[in-house]
Design a protein around this ligand. Structure first.
Ligand SMILES: Nc1ncnc2c1ncn2[C@@H]1O[C@H](COP(=O)(O)OP(=O)(O)OP(=O)(O)O)[C@@H](O)[C@H]1O
Ligand SMILES: [Mg+2]
Length: 341
C-alpha cells in the first residue's frame, strides 16, 4: 500500500460522533470483523471440548428457527424443545462474539446484533416504548457484552428482554465481567442469570473454556513505533487515517458518550497515537477500554509511539475489580498494533 492511497488524514477530534436513532438501528448488525463469521469458520480447540460442544449447541439452537415455522401443530417431526434464550459464557478471546455473530447470520427474518451499550443508547434515543416497538417481532436479538456493573441499565435491559421474549423473539447474549470478579477462572453466568431474574429460567447457558484465540499466534506486547519512525509508519497506512496525541484522545473520550465511540471510528481505517503513557486515572482507563472495544470491533489498526499501549494500565488497576476488562483490552491492543486486521 502506498501513501497515495490515504483517503484522508485528520484528527479524531474533528470527527462527527452524533448519531440518529435511525442510524443506531442500522448499526445493529455484527461489526466488520464478524461480517463473515460462521460456525464452520470457528475452529474448536481439541484441548477444550466445551468449544465443540458450544458449536453443536448453537447449531441446535439455530435449528429452532426452521423448526418453528415448519411443521405446525400436527407435524410428525417433533420440533426440538428449545429455550428462547442462550447465554455464552467464557473468558476473553474464546470466540463468544464470533459464535454470537455466526448464530445471527443463521437467523431468518428481522434480527438485531449489538452491544449492551448500543441497546441502552437506543432506549435513550427512542424511549423505552419506542425501543420495544422497534425491536419487537424480531426473530433474534443478540446482545454482546451484557453489562453487569450498572444496576439501573441492567434492570432496564432485563425488562426489555422479557417483553421481547414474551412476544416470541429469541435472545442470545454474552456478558462482560462483573466488577470484583477477581479470579481469572471465574465465569459470569451466575451473575448474568441473577440480573435477568425471572427470565433466567428461559436461558440455556453454554460455557466455553479455552485460551485467548488472539494469543494463539502472537505473544509479547503491543508494537510500538519510535518517534523517528512515525512518518514512515504512517506511509504504510491507507484509507482514512487519524493522527492524535494520546492525551488529546483521552480528553476527547471524556467529552463524548461511550455509546458514540462507535460513530467516531466509523469508516476509520487506522489511527496513530503519539506519546502514549501509563494512565493513572481509572475513569480514563475504563473509557479507553470502551474505545478499544470499538476500535477492535471495527478492526481499526493502531500505530503508536511511546509506552507500548497494552501497558498503560497500572498495577492497581490490574489488581482491582476491572482486571479482566484491562487484560482483554491489552489482548485487543496487541492484535490491533500488530496490524493483524
Ligand atoms: N475457535 C476459533 N476459531 C476461529 N476463530 C476464532 C476462534 N476463537 C476466536 N476466534 C477469532 O478470534 C478473535 C477473537 O474472538 P472473539 O472476539 O469472538 O472472542 P470473545 O470470546 O468474544 O472475546 P472477548 O472477550 O474479547 O469479547 C475473533 O477474530 C474470532 O473470529
Ligand atoms: Mg466478544
Amino acid at each position: 500500500m502506498t501513501a497515495e492511497q490515504v483517503i484522508s488524514r485528520g484528527s479524531l477530534v474533528d470527527r462527527d460522533s452524533s448519531i440518529t436513532a435511525a442510524e443506531m438501528v442500522q448499526h445493529l448488525v455484527p461489526p466488520r470483523q464478524f461480517e463473515t463469521a460462521t460456525l464452520d469458520s470457528y475452529r474448536p480447540d481439541r484441548d477444550y471440548p466445551s468449544q465443540g460442544g458450544a458449536v453443536a449447541a448453537i447449531r441446535n439452537f439455530a435449528h429452532g428457527f426452521s423448526a418453528k415455522g415448519g411443521g405446525g401443530l400436527f407435524s410428525r417431526r417433533k420440533a426440538p424443545v428449545e429455550l428462547p434464550g442462550v447465554y455464552l459464557d467464557g473468558g476473553f478471546g474464546v470466540g463468544k462474539t464470533h459464535l454470537l455473530a455466526a448464530l445471527w447470520h443463521l437467523a431468518p427474518g428481522r434480527k438485531y446484533f449489538g452491544t449492551f451499550i448500543e441497546y441502552t443508547a437506543l432506549v435513550g434515543a427512542l424511549g423505552y416504548a419506542g425501543a420495544v416497538a422497534q425491536l419487537k417481532g424480531a426473530t433474534l436479538v443478540c446482545i454482546d457484552e451484557f453489562e453487569l456493573d450498572d444496576p439501573g441499565d441492567t434492570r432496564l435491559m432485563s425488562r426489555l428482554l422479557s417483553e421481547l421474549v414474551a412476544s416470541g423473539s429469541r435472545i442470545a447474549a454474552t456478558s462482560n465481567t462483573p466488577p470484583n470478579a477477581l479470579g481469572e477462572g471465574r465465569f459470569a453466568a451466575q451473575d448474568f442469570l441473577r440480573e435477568i431474574d425471572a427470565l433466567a429460567a428461559r436461558f440455556t447457558t453454554l460455557r466455553i473454556d479455552g485460551l485467548d484465540y488472539r494469543r494463539r499466534d502472537m505473544e509479547g506486547h503491543a508494537t510500538t513505533t519510535a518517534d523517528s519512525d512515525l512518518a514512515a509508519a504512517l506511509h504504510t497506512l491507507s484509507g482514512v487515517v487519524t493522527v492524535d496525541g494520546f492525551d488529546t484522545v483521552i480528553r476527547l473520550l471524556s467529552t463524548v458518550h461511550p455509546s458514540r465511540y462507535v460513530r467516531m471510528v466509523d469508516g476509520v481505517d487506522a489511527i496513530a497515537l503519539t506519546d502514549v503513557h501509563p494512565l493513572s486515572n481509572q475513569t480514563d482507563a475504563l473509557r479507553l477500554v470502551a474505545f478499544v472495544d470499538r476500535l477492535y470491533d471495527a478492526q481499526v489498526r493502531i500505530v503508536a509511539t511511546g509506552t507500548p499501549i497494552d501497558q498503560v494500565f497500572d498495577e492497581d488497576m490490574l489488581a482491582g475489580g476491572y482486571r479482566k476488562k484491562y487484560l482483554r483490552a491489552a489482548s485487543r491492543l496487541i492484535a490491533l498494533t500488530a496490524g493483524q486486521v
